[in-house]
Ligand binder design. Structure first.
Ligand code: 5RP
Length: 218
């Protein structure tokens, strides 16, 4: 199977986690795009969706899925999103698509995070995929120095501005053995809006697309 077929398979499997008659949280990325396309087939079963990016909003609206503001939502049972890497504890690196801040907000608001990935995203230790950090532009050099002191090699994502008007530093060369501690440390740096490490609030369920079918890890 191709990687896209694995993504499509796992995206379809996530439909069984969509609660009837509720608003659900929807992430961003190529795997989530397959999920949105699949969700369109059952759109009448949900009230609508909260979206983590302008791209996902556009795609859902094109399918006729109602997109609502998170501020209007009291209960969000489920958030479905992809990841760039996921470790055995359910900690993830996210933000390869640049939507990490809104993703983290929705993940925090949701009762359950359902992570949908193909098997290439499984890693024993996070860090081979450069860790995205969203930064207020005036703090770029300060945050760069602090991230270097933590052992990383931050590089500004060229020509990229987030949906929130900030820039992204992609931090290379990390081996994140203690993701919860590392997330807390990066969160402390003034000027950091969001670190794309989802460990303090990791995935509750990982659905993994493999050539042998979808595997589930709780
Ligand atoms: C976007 C994300 C995505 O979930 C992550 O980059 C995975 O994307 P894809 O499904 O395209 O591999 O965090 O900010």
């Amino acid at each position: 199977m191709t990687q896209d077929e694995l993504k499509q398979q796992v995206a379809a499997a996530a439909l069984t986690h969509v609660p009837h008659g509720e608003i659900i949280g929807v992430g961003t990325g190529s795997t989530v795009n397959f999920f949105i396309d699949a969700l369109a087939g059952i759109k009448d079963r949900i009230k609508g969706a909260v979206s983590s990016s302008e791209r996902s909003t556009e795609r859902m609206r094109a399918h006729g899925i109602t997109v609502v503001d998170l501020n209007e939502v009291e209960k969000l049972s489920v958030y479905v999103d992809g990841a760039d890497e996921i470790d055995p504890s359910g900690a993830m690196i996210k933000g390869g698509g640049g939507a990490l801040t809104r993703e983290k907000i929705i993940a925090e608001a949701a009762e359950r995070f359902i992570c949908i990935v193909d098997q290439s995203k499984l890693v024993p230790v996070l860090g081979k995929f450069p860790l995205p950090v969203e930064v207020v532009p005036m703090a770029r050099e300060l945050v760069t120095r602090r991230l270097r002191a933590l052992g990383g090699d931050p590089r500004e994502r060229s020509g990229y501005i987030t949906d929130n008007g900030n820039l992204i530093l992609d931090v290379h060369g990390l081996q994140i053995a203690q993701p919860r501690d590392f997330e807390a440390r990066v969160n402390q740096i003034p000027g950091v809006v969001t670190v794309g490490l989802f460990a303090l609030r990791g995935a509750n369920v990982a659905l993994i697309g493999t050539a042998e079918g979808v595997q589930r890890k709780d």
